[in-house]
Design a protein. Structure first.
Length: 363
């Protein structure tokens, strides 16, 4: 089984009360939406976008009586740059053995618009020519740009923004198969802003349309990667650190990333104490120690114990534990939230292990 390391432990803040709470930041991997069989090791990235006449940019109108002006525009992307960015982003993850790019437009000679999915014959021919096991095809990039300038009385200046929503359409093709194996159409945003005392200066400083198209096209190639390949994410956790000598020693071990030693100390205190609240704190910490060692079923078990104790201490109905507020029932809120996060991680962990099996990390 693949063990995804929980690294980059960062102590962010300490809140003093009867029980010291330290907030932690952890990085861990999540599986991609698309799962590739381990035998698919060479990928070809192709540009399958129908070439269109470049859109002519329009001038942002002058500010009206409302002291604001907005221009919405849908330019055509730079397909070649987007394809190169997609190939480079996939290669950077080192997930496949080889990434081969064919950024020449496959539809460059098309006279009439037609459905631009690749046919079975086209997939077979391209895979053979590129010497790859399968294809990732960039088939469209939609760019929606909103350019705005407005006067902000509170700051006594002009504020210009360019907000761009970018939606690439990517399809995955396997040889000898009719139709794409998967289609993803994610959307993400990229943003620029400028401030100045004079409105013409803001217009001058704001990113120009040509550069905006180039950067948005490059960004479009980055967006699909987290849907195609496992990716890192950051989660927030907390740890109870005060109480007695063993609790402080355990927290010291946790900060040093010695979660096995921390677990041993927390488990000893858990067995010795009769206080329900202390058992809650310790159950949560033990769950955290298991999560840090990627033992998610055990982590979920101990997190459930912590939640049950919180519900009992704060006299919360179990059925309403998902809807309590952090102000009225802080223990139930925190333990329920953590239990949900662990449950979600555990459900995704098997999929992640399957996706990482190509590296031989099994036991």
């Amino acid at each position: 089984m693949y063990k995804c390391p929980c690294i980059l432990l960062l102590l962010l803040c300490v809140v003093s009360s009867c029980q010291t709470i330290e907030e932690l930041s952890i990085d861990y991997m999540l599986p991609a939406e698309v799962s590739f069989p381990a035998e698919l090791r060479k990928v070809g990235v192709v540009n399958n976008i129908i070439q269109a006449t470049p859109a002519i940019s329009r001038e942002l109108p002058m500010l009206g009586q409302t002291n604001s002006a907005t221009l919405n525009w849908k330019p055509n992307a730079n397909a070649k740059r987007a394809t190169e960015s997609l190939a480079q982003s996939i290669a950077n993850e080192n997930y496949f053995d080889e990434v081969v790019i064919s950024d020449s437009a496959l539809r460059a000679k098309d006279i009439h618009f037609r459905e631009n999915t690749l046919s079975r014959n086209e997939v077979n021919q391209l895979a053979q020519e590129l010497g790859v096991d399968f294809l990732v095809s960039l088939e469209n990039v939609q760019i929606n740009s909103t350019r705005t300038i407005q006067f902000v009385p509170l700051w006594n200046c002009f504020w210009g923004t360019v907000d761009v929503k970018t939606t690439p359409v990517v399809r995955v093709y396997l040889p000898n198969r009719n139709g794409p194996m998967a289609t993803i159409t994610p959307t993400d945003s990229i943003f620029w802003e400028e401030y100045a005392s004079f409105e013409p200066l803001v217009r001058k400083r704001l990113i120009k349309d040509e550069q905006m198209i180039e950067e948005a096209s490059e960004f479009a190639g980055v967006i699909p990667v987290r849907y195609l390949l496992p990716y890192w994410t950051t989660g927030m956790r907390y740890m109870y650190a005060g109480g007695n000598v063993n609790m402080r020693d355990a927290a010291f071990c946790a900060r040093a990333n010695d979660w096995e030693k921390a677990y041993t100390l927390w488990e000893k205190v858990y067995q010795d104490t009769k206080s329900k609240k202390k058992k809650l704190y310790l159950s949560h910490n033990i769950a955290l120690s298991y999560e840090m060692r990627d033992s998610l079923p055990q982590a979920e078990e101990w997190a459930r114990k912590a939640q049950e104790l919180a519900v009992e201490i704060e006299k919360v109905d179990t059925e309403t534990s998902l809807h309590v507020s952090p102000e009225s029932h802080p223990l139930t809120f925190r333990t329920t939230l953590y239990l949900q996060e662990l449950t979600n991680r555990k459900e995704l962990f098997m999929k992640l292990n399957a996706q990482m099996r190509r590296f031989g990390n099994e036991n």
